[in-house]
Ligand binder design. Structure first.
Ligand code: NAD
Ligand code: LMR
Length: 342
């Protein structure tokens, strides 16, 4: 069973709850874009979760083969496949968590914002269907640019009259996964021990790892802070360049998304001690959306953890102020995209 395998020791040690696996747990998860580079390994990881009773795989093509293949794994969840717009509504009925990795990935030389023109429409159309068919579900947005696609989703849900800010999440888990890995490597720590909060957004300088808040407490030289921060901010580009035109991070992303799904299901299932970083509607700063640690509960975001932004180092404080104009512009671009449509 995968339960708990995604959480770091630092996260687990803060989990004082009496939560135990509910053998009757049976949640339904849908992946929109399930035949893609992220969708396939993500489907495999979710197929291994004991909390899932049904996994709905939706894509515009190639999903039947993925579903047939996956359905032979002898884990409890049932696999159902849905192809094309005419089957989208049925893929969403009765679903508790919808994960959206649909859309095009970057090629070398592109920014995430260069994906806006294609992915904005894809996310808009898919979230309209979510609003119509499972408005109460947790919605996990992976499609880039996350800094804009999450505001797009929020506007669509508002127009449909079903927006619940506690249940709309931009998936920034990969930034935390990377920060944990790079810090553990640099400081020779056991990987399982390390937990670094990453705040802001999910693109370039808007990705702000709060190294001073690393658990367990670690001290970094100024050079180490500079080097680690840049590596974490550019890690997506590192993968895009290594793949040399064949796409962006898919396997590490699937791992990160599976962790976020598992945390969401645990929260839905009554675990009272689930914390993850996510890009959500937030009053932590003057920006309407901001990534930070949040406490997850059965109704979604139960609390936004404000203490992480207190007592920042001068470097972090400056980086926080520096990221705001770009993040604000990306959020506004997403909102305007939906509002300007007839
Ligand atoms: P991919 O091209 O391998 O797969 C995308 C899938 O989406 C394809 O199977 C495609 O058929 C499907 N798709 C396209 N339009 C669709 C629609 N209207 N409805 C349903 N499915 C549709 O790409 P990928 O590598 O899986 O990346 C997907 C997205 O995730 C990209 O936008 C990428 O930038 C983003 N991403 C985000 C993060 C993150 O940290 N949030 C990390 C990695 C990638
Ligand atoms: C990532 O961080 O790996 C993703 O956002 C994909 C990308 O374009 O870098």
């Amino acid at each position: 069973a995968l339960r708990g395998s995604f959480a770091s020791k630092a996260q687990k040690s803060s989990q004082r709850s009496q939560y135990h696996l509910n053998p009757q747990a049976s949640y339904k998860v849908a992946i929109l874009g399930a035949a893609g580079g992220i969708g396939q390994p993500l489907a495999l990881l979710i197929k291994m979760s004991p909390l899932v009773s049904a996994l709905h795989l939706y894509d515009i093509a190639n999903v039947k083969g993925v579903a047939a293949d996956l359905s032979h794994c002898n884990t409890p969840s049932q696999i159902l496949d849905f192809t094309g717009a005419s089957e989208l509504a049925n893929s969403l009925k009765g679903v508790n968590v919808v994960v959206i990795p649909a859309g095009v990935p970057r090629k070398p030389g592109m920014t995430r914002d260069d994906l806006f023109n294609i992915n904005a429409n894809i996310v808009k159309n898919l979230v309209e269907a979510v609003a119509d068919n499972c408005p109460d579900a947790f919605i996990h947005i992976i499609s880039n640019p996350v800094n804009s696609t999450v505001p797009i989703a929020a506007e669509v849900l508002k127009q449909k009259g079903v927006y619940n800010p506690k249940k709309l999440f931009g998936v920034s888990t990969l930034d935390v996964v990377r920060a944990n890995t790079f810090v553990a490597q640099k400081k020779n720590l056991k990987l399982i021990d390390v937990d670094v909060p990453v705040v802001g957004g999910h693109a370039g300088i808007t990705i702000l790892p709060l190294l001073s808040k690393t658990k367990p407490s670690v001290s970094f030289s100024d050079e180490e802070v500079q080097e680690l921060t840049l590596r974490i901010q550019n890690a997506g580009t590192e993968v895009v360049e290594a793949k040399a035109g064949a796409g962006s991070a898919t396997l590490s992303m699937a791992y990160a998304a599976a962790r976020f799904v598992e945390s969401s299901l645990r929260a839905l299932d009554g675990d009272a001690d689930v914390y993850e970083c996510s890009f959500v509607q937030s009053d932590l700063t003057e920006l309407p959306f901001f990534a930070s640690r949040v406490k997850l509960g059965s109704n979604g975001v139960e609390a936004i953890i404000s203490s992480d932004l207190q007592g920042l180092t001068e470097y972090e404080q400056k980086a926080l102020e520096a990221l705001k104009p770009e993040l604000k512009a990306s959020i506004e671009k997403g909102i305007a995209f939906v509002q300007k449509q007839p």
